[in-house]
Design a binder for this molecule. Structure first.
Ligand SMILES: *[C@@H]1O[C@H](CO)[C@@H](O)[C@H](O)[C@H]1NC(C)=O
Ligand SMILES: *[C@@H]1O[C@H](CO)[C@@H](O)[C@H](O)[C@H]1NC(C)=O
Length: 956
């Protein structure tokens, strides 16, 4: 300010100087906007004029057309502001701005130029035309971008004019630097920092214009910048990872989660849409995402067992193409929706029963697709079977045998394996496998009984099936196919196969031959049952066959010998007493038991009142005193019956001569042959013819025997008897052993003799069967017999006197008591006349005793009383006494007295020899007897048989 004041005074000084010289020119300088009446200058003084002059001169201001801003005060002589002067209005921007006017004086007319310079004062502030200016600038505008701003106007000039701008704040924009400040110059602002709509979408700036006045004045303008959006932001997921869980089997439409992504941009740039971008593992088929809202839903069937978790990328995209990927992790939760599955990996359908414990039967794999408890599986097997489950490794099981198997106990097993998981509720599944146990030949056939006994009645037809053995084999099929085999053995030296056969398939035992109880009473053998296994197993059983007796043999009368001529007669002296033993009928029956129990009855008699027959002993006795009136010829018919069912019988005719002498007898008996019994026409001639032949024979025999007896009498006078009719049994007969003493030749003859009488003899049995059996020494004995022709006539012969065989005695000694118990049942309950049937042994004993008795009685006969008893010479007796021992059944023993294989063989040999010898005899018979001429006591009524024997002996 002081500068300005000094400059004005300087200017004023200069103006005064020039006025003085130019003659009235004065300059003044005043600031504008001076108040009215303000003093501009003392013009009177400056012009040097006296105030009076002024008055006088009527001084006045001349301005031309211009308005008068200054007035002249003549009294004072000063110039005053008449009107407020606005330089800006007066001069505008022109400088300097001066008022030029003249002061005119009259009286002298004179004028003076006055210049009043009006100086600027800062009375105008800078002004913007608008008070606000708006811009829309994209946020993506680059830095350096310029924006033109409106200028401000300041009417002041010079220093008071517009001097500068400034912009506040300057965050993003600055004014273009170095821009010339000038009213004509534009103002520009420059983006110096990028805009971000997202941070500040509107920027408000103040542009201020300043002048240089004192005081400084300013004008402002608001600049409003709207930041336009650019798609400079990508969507952003709200969470980096979404997790969701869902149970398997959840229904479709279940919401898993909602994804949200935000985009800072605006409008379309900020509008986010969602989509599944990651389609791995088929997730696109299972899930969907709502495009607009990001809701994720299940659209498929989810299965834990297929996939336990999914990772799905959901893409959030704005319209501008920016995107973000939101990861969604979906955990599938297990539910117990799977049964355990049992897979049989390998199995056997059948296992051998001898499999060792631990043999693997099947292998299985067990799986449950569920997890955790839902997938934890427990397996079990049905109880009470010999199998166990073993876990080999994870989920692998084997079923093994854990004890011994036995097909015969259980041939099949159903093994059911049940596996259940531990889920709630638990699911289970089971599998059943049927295992067959295959057979091993571990069982031998077993017979139904430990031994068999069978009965067969003798005289069976060969081929008859006796009975059946049966063995069972617990094995199967071939191993159980039993075949029956007869084991080799021998019965009485003959292979058993010639007795029986066994049907291999059926076990039926057939008789191969017809059995004869009299030959064999029982035998036993073994039958083996063998199965078809490999190797076969077998067992055996003893079979005992008992042959039962049939009453197939009629009693055989041994004495008196029956001949066709019937000339045998017993003599009863007329002096005989009551009870006189006339004779004894001796008969045997080769059957046994009841079938061999004989009873004797008188069937017919000339005089029934004279004789009786002992029912059991066959003794014929007188029952009253013989009188002279009794006929000489007495004929008795005795019937011998056995006790069989049906009973068989034999009859024997006994001729009794009641006489005291032979001639008497002979005279009486000449017509014996004409007995009315033989009156039958047909037989009569036969008998007659036979009798004639016989008579010739007898004559010869009588001669021969007479010679022999004569000789014998010469040497020994032992057997003389007063009672010549007593049957004679030599002591030798009592010797039950008789070893080697029995001449088979004679036996052979006996048969032939009996053949003519008894037609069934030859069918009943071979001759040899009735003979006593010779031991090994018999052959030698026979030779001796042949050498020493008279050997049988020598009672003292050492051969004849042999002691009883020890074996025989032993057998006798051990025989049981008298009852028949122990035999076959039918034998035990006999219905015969004996309340207590005697055993055969007893019978035999009785027979022996009787024989001895007679023998003894005969021995007491004196010489000359021999009479007819000579018939009962040893030769005769021996010829007709068969062996009883074979008929003696010893209870408790299977052996008969003769059932010795060796003996049988010998019997066979004897048979052969007998036949040979018989042939010899027949040849010899043709030769005339050497001894025929020898004198002998007369012998009446010799039987043809005895005569034959005698003849043969002689011939030998
Ligand atoms: C095994 O099962 C079958 C069929 O179910 C049945 O016929 C058979 O009797 C069963 N076997 C055993 C030993 O239980
Ligand atoms: C028969 O069986 C018995 C046992 O029962 C046995 O000891 C014997 O050896 C067998 N005999 C044969 C010939 O097999």
């Amino acid at each position: 300010m002081s500068d300005r004041t000094m400059a004005r005074q300087v200017l004023l000084f200069i103006s005064v100087l020039s006025l003085s010289s130019v003659h009235g020119q004065v300059s003044y300088s005043i600031p504008e906007e001076m108040a009215k009446g303000s003093l501009v200058g003392n013009i009177a003084q400056d012009l040097g004029l006296d105030i009076k002059r002024l008055k006088s001169g009527k001084a006045r201001i001349y301005t031309g057309d211009s308005a008068e801003y200054i007035e002249l005060n003549k009294e004072r002589g000063v110039l005053l502001i008449k009107e407020r002067i606005d330089r800006e209005a007066l001069c505008g921007q022109t400088t300097p701005c001066a008022l030029h006017f003249q002061i005119i004086l009259e009286n002298p007319m004179e004028f003076y130029s006055i210049t009043v310079e009006i100086t600027d004062t800062n009375d105008n502030a800078p002004v913007f035309k608008r008070n606000a200016m708006t811009f829309e600038i994209s946020e993506s505008a680059l830095t350096g971008a310029r924006f033109v701003l409106e200028r401000a106007i300041d009417n002041d000039v010079g220093i008071n004019g517009l001097q500068s701008y400034y912009l506040r704040p300057t965050d993003h924009f600055i004014l273009k630097p170095n821009s010339k400040i000038g009213s004509s110059k534009n103002v520009e602002m420059v983006l110096q920092k990028p805009l971000d709509r997202e941070k500040q979408d509107q920027i408000s700036l103040i542009l201020t214009a300043l002048d240089g006045g004192e005081p400084q004045l300013s004008g402002t303008m608001r600049i409003i910048i709207t930041v336009l959006d650019a798609n400079d932001n990508a969507p952003v997921c709200a969470e980096a990872e979404y997790t969701a869980s869902i149970s398997e089997g959840a229904p479709k439409g279940t919401v898993l989660t909602t994804i949200s992504a935000s985009d800072a941009d605006q409008g379309p740039n900020g509008r986010v849409t969602y989509s599944i971008s990651n389609t791995a593992e088929g997730a696109a088929e299972l899930f969907e995402v709502d495009e607009t809202y990001g809701v994720m839903r299940l659209i498929g069937n989810i299965d834990y067992e297929k996939m336990k978790h999914y990772e799905v990328d959901v893409q959030a995209t704005d319209q501008g193409g920016h995107s973000d990927a939101c990861k969604v992790i979906i955990e599938v939760m297990d539910t117990n929706d799977n049964k355990p599955s049992i897979n049989t990996m390998s199995k056997t359908n059948s296992i051998s029963e001898d499999a060792t414990p631990g043999t693997v039967v099947t292998m299985m794999n067990i799986q449950d697709h569920d997890s955790g408890e839902n997938g934890r599986v427990q397996c079990s097997m049905n109880e009470n079977i010999p199998f166990a489950m073993k876990s080999t490794s994870n989920n692998f099981f084997t079923v093994v045998t854990d004890s011994d198997l036995d097909r015969e106990r259980d041939s099949e097993y159903n093994i059911s394996v049940t596996c259940s998981d531990e889920g709630v509720p638990s699911l289970s599944s089971s599998v059943t496998l049927t295992l067959q146990i295959s057979d091993v030949n571990d069982n031998a056939p077993v017979f139904e009984r430990s031994s068999y006994e069978a009965y067969i009645i003798e005289n069976n037809t060969p081929g008859l099936s006796i009975f059946t053995v049966k063995a069972r084999d617990a094995d199967w099929n071939q191993n159980a196919r039993v075949s029956y085999i007869l084991e080799d053995s021998s019965v009485n030296g003959v292979p058993v196969s010639s007795y029986v056969s066994v049907s291999a398939d059926s076990g039926v035992i057939h008789a191969v031959r017809s059995f004869d109880y009299e030959q064999i009473k029982d035998f036993q053998f073994r039958v083996k049952a063998q199965d078809g296994g490999s190797p076969p197993l077998s067992s055996n059983v003893t079979v005992k066959i008992m042959i039962q007796d049939q009453n197939d043999n009629a009693p055989q009368v041994l004495y008196p010998v029956q001949t066709s001529s019937s000339l045998v007669a017993e003599m009863v002296p007329r002096s005989a007493d009551v009870g006189y033993l006339v004779t004894k009928v001796v008969a045997v029956d080769v059957d046994s038991g009841q079938n061999a129990w004989l009873s004797y009855k008188l069937q017919k008699a000339t005089d029934r009142a004279l004789f009786e027959v002992g029912l059991q002993n066959g003794e014929i006795r007188t029952i009253r005193q013989v009188t002279d009136k009794d006929a000489v010829k007495q004929r008795l018919t005795v019937v011998v019956e056995d006790n069989g069912q049906p009973s068989r019988s034999a009859t024997v005719n006994v001729n009794v001569a009641v006489a005291d002498s032979f001639p008497e007898v002979l005279s009486e008996f000449t017509d014996f042959t004409h007995d009315k019994e033989y009156n039958d026409n047909l037989t009569f001639y036969l008998v007659l013819a036979l009798a004639v032949v016989s008579f010739l024979f007898i004559t010869c025999l009588v001669v021969i025997i007479s010679v022999k007896i004569y000789r014998w009498r010469q040497s020994r006078i032992l057997y003389h008897s007063n009672l010549p009719v007593i049957p004679y049994y030599p002591p030798r007969y009592a010797d039950t052993l008789g070893t080697g003493t029995l001449q088979h030749v004679y036996n052979y003859e006996v048969c032939r003799t009996t053949d003519s009488r008894k037609s069934d003899c030859q069918f009943a049995r071979p001759c040899s069967q009735n003979v006593l059996i010779m031991d090994a020494s018999s052959t030698g004995t026979m030779q001796r017999i042949q050498n020493e022709k008279n050997i049988l006539d020598e009672p003292d012969s050492p051969l004849e006197q042999k002691p009883p065989n020890a074996d025989w005695r032993f057998t006798q000694g051990q025989r049981p008591g008298p009852s028949g118990a122990g035999g076959p049942p039918e034998m035990a309950m006999g219905t015969g006349p004996w309340p207590n049937p005697p055993t055969e042994a007893e019978q035999l004993q009785a027979l022996m005793a009787a024989a001895n008795e007679v023998s003894e009685a005969t021995a007491t006969l004196g010489p000359g009383t021999m009479g007819l008893s000579t018939r009962y010479s040893p030769q005769f007796t021996l010829q007709h006494v068969p062996d009883y021992r074979q008929n003696v059944y010893i209870p408790g023993s299977t052996a008969t007295l003769t059932s010795n294989p060796q003996q049988q063989q010998q019997q066979q040999q004897q048979m052969l020899m007998q036949q040979q010898m018989a042939a010899q005899h027949q040849a010899l018979q043709a030769q005339p007897s050497e001894a025929a001429a020898q004198p002998e006591p007369p012998k009446a009524a010799q039987t043809p048989a005895s005569k034959k024997k005698s003849t043969k002996k002689e011939k030998k």
